[in-house]
Design a protein around this ligand. Structure first.
Ligand SMILES: [Zn+2]
Length: 205
């Protein structure tokens, strides 16, 4: 019940912020927290060529912040800037000025054929989180949005703002792992995420 009330309040605040920004004839803007998963001793998955999840997702997070200069309506904050472990509580604290959160992870499977990007939303996600996931699905060209049944997406609810998790590919798939290690591909993912955020903004008005 309390969670439900928080979600309603969270969505209400988001709408007030967005309407307020538009209503004042200022350039519309939104603050988005990019949460690079893992860090420090928590490496996340380790895949082909010893690629480490915590490093790749941090690079993509930094690129999102860099490429955001071309997206004047989007202000990016990072929940972690470097290779350190942060508890969920610290991540939420670092995202406290954000209106949206996108958590970045990678997938791992013992079947090397498994590949592809997955977008996860927490079960009972708010309409805004679903709209964000849908916008990202189009911009990153992901076939479907998955409802999170794993533990990771569930903790996204703690942000109390629309939050989704994007798994950027499988470190266990040889082709995908190599692509994920290339700057040009990382930058493409970063820009696709920013385009998804912008299209989410447009969809709200
Ligand atoms: Zn992860």
């Amino acid at each position: 019940m309390i969670c439900q009330a928080r979600r309603v309040i969270g969505l209400g605040l988001l709408i007030i912020v967005l309407v307020g920004t538009w209503g004042a004839a200022q350039p519309p803007s939104i603050t988005v927290a990019i949460d690079a998963g893992h860090g420090g001793d928590d490496t996340g998955g380790i895949g082909i060529d010893n690629l480490v999840e915590k490093d790749i997702v941090l690079k993509v997070a930094h690129l999102i912040a860099l490429e955001a200069v071309d997206f004047p309506h989007i202000k990016i904050i990072l929940t972690r800037h470097d290779d350190r472990y942060l508890s969920p509580k610290e991540r939420v604290q670092n995202a406290q000025d954000a209106h949206l959160c996108i958590s970045l992870h990678l997938d791992f499977s013992y079947d090397p054929r498994m590949h592809g990007i997955t977008i996860l939303v927490p079960t009972k996600a708010t309409p805004a989180a679903l709209a964000l996931a849908e916008a990202l699905r189009h911009s990153i060209a992901v076939p479907t949005v998955s409802w999170g049944t794993k533990s990771a997406p569930l903790w996204l609810r703690r942000f109390n703002i629309p939050a989704v998790q994007v798994n950027l590919g499988f470190l266990s798939n040889p082709q995908e792992a190599r692509r994920l290690n290339h700057l040009a591909y990382q930058r493409r993912l970063a820009r696709a995420i920013l385009e998804g955020i912008e299209s989410f903004l447009r969809s709200q008005f």
